[in-house]
Design a protein around this ligand. Sequence first.
Ligand SMILES: [Zn+2]
Length: 116
Amino acid sequence: MRLDPAHRAEARRIADELASIARTGLVLPGSIAERSTVCGRAGCACMKDPPRRHGPYFQWTRKVAQKTVGRYLTREQSEDYTAWIRNDRRAHELLRRLEELGIDALEADPRTRRQG
Ligand SMILES: [Zn+2]
């Protein structure tokens, strides 16, 4: 079947950007958070006024089969891997856009019949 030229052109742009992300090899799911905590022990600096919280700690988390799993990172790792996560999000965004083009094409296909 024939794609409309605008669809084809956008798909090419998406493919180019996806390829350039993939080529870096720097793709990581999940997210990185910076946290500082209060331990609650009486007399600890985190309980004083003003409080000095523990940390910061850097934590990478992701969902595996509905469960969140995590790893603690150094500050340097957190700086490095933030770009990997950004790449992963962009790659997903690009794939979703490609899917939208597919949905639009199917909806515009004169052979498609409405349901319900
Ligand atoms: Zn404390």
